[in-house]
Design a protein around this ligand. Structure first.
Ligand code: LMR
Length: 334
């Protein structure tokens, strides 16, 4: 992998107005409607995935009234990280939006989304998902029965720990919770720290009790799950993307009448576009929410940030074989 492709990320917050949905999580479904469950792991009211999932349910429930009814189960209340993909294939849930980092046992190619500093910002990630390569990846797992309906951006990620992290050597010897991603594990190891894969629902407790020293996540997750309350501070590393695959199963989609399927797919596409328009404003709002709630954010100088970029540089080469050079080059040049 050419070093020139390893680029620094920068923050770029937008002043876009948020369009938060006020729809309640559980809809009242009528007899005769196709009831479809949407399970996810995030919470709060200002989280981009919460807003997008509720918008999707609200639109289906209004525009497809009498035909289909979507019920949303947030906060891992129906299925957590480890069971939700299996549940989709079993028909126990019809819609999910798992992090792209959680597909390692189904496809290695999604490792591209986890490569540190590959996307300069959310806009670059959106450009990649709209490229031919990104579109092809959306349905990379169709053989397995998964249907990608759209990519939902969540934000860039930041490290937090029980001590201030200013340069990567500050992380030496610490234990960090990571998602179930080999790339994330390698990235933490490259910092001289230990990765601890763990379901999202367990992170707050693990930080609070000291099972792990730190974690990495978006402003929206750090705020809505209150991670900042049990950490010394959050460091504005902006080192990695968090994005979701809004998805259903082939079995569910094939079970629908063509006209019903078409209407559903149009709503899914419009909700996806709106979610990606709103995400930067949601992230900016949740960053401010952390500060307003007494959290501490460490900003980095250009030199300090360059040290993080340098420390994680070896990870790209490690996963080039799994992901494919062309995919990496396409993402890096987006
Ligand atoms: C995490 O596990 O940290 C995230 O993937 C949770 C989420 O869905 O935003």
């Amino acid at each position: 992998m050419k070093n020139s492709l390893f680029r620094k990320g920068v923050l770029a917050f937008s002043a876009l107005t948020l369009t938060f949905s006020a729809s309640s999580a559980l809809a009242q479904c009528d007899d005769g409607e196709i009831v479809a469950k949407f399970s996810h792991v995030t919470g709060g009211t200002t989280h981009p995935k919460v807003v997008a999932a509720n918008n999707f349910a609200a639109r289906v429930n209004e525009e497809m009234n009498g035909i289909m009814c979507v019920e949303v189960f947030p906060n891992s209340t129906l299925f957590g990280d480890s069971k939700e993909l299996e549940a989709l294939l079993l028909g126990d849930v019809q819609f999910l939006a798992p992090s792209l980092s959680k597909f390692g046992s189904y496809t290695r190619k999604y490792g591209v989304f986890d490569l540190p500093f590959i996307f300069e910002d959310i806009d670059a990630a959106i450009r990649f998902t709209q490229s031919d390569t990104g579109r092809a990846l959306l349905n990379d797992m169709s053989d397995l029965g998964f249907v990608g309906l759209g990519y939902w951006m969540s934000g860039m990620k930041y490290f937090s720990a029980n001590k201030p992290l200013i340069v990567p050597s500050d992380a030496n010897g610490l234990k960090f919770r990571v998602q179930a991603s080999d790339v994330a594990k390698a990235m933490i190891a490259a910092m001289g720290a230990s990765p601890q894969p763990m379901a999202f629902a367990e992170v707050y407790g693990a930080l609070q009790t000291g099972v792990v020293d730190g974690q990495e996540n978006t402003w929206s997750n750090i705020y809505t799950k209150k991670f900042f309350e049990v950490q010394d501070s959050v460091t504005e590393t902006n080192h990695q993307l968090l994005a979701y695959l809004f998805m259903t199963s082939t079995d569910f989609l094939d079970s629908l009448e063509p006209a019903v399927r078409d209407q559903l797919l149009i709503i899914a596409d419009e909700v996806t576009q709106q979610a990606n328009l709103d995400v930067k404003a949601a992230e900016a709002k949740n960053r401010q929410n952390i500060l307003d709630s007494g959290g501490t954010i460490n900003e980095l100088s250009a030199e300090q940030r360059a040290e993080w970029v340098e420390a994680m540089r070896p990870v790209w080469d490690q996963f080039e074989g799994d992901i494919g050079v062309e995919i990496i080059e396409s993402a890096a040049s987006s």
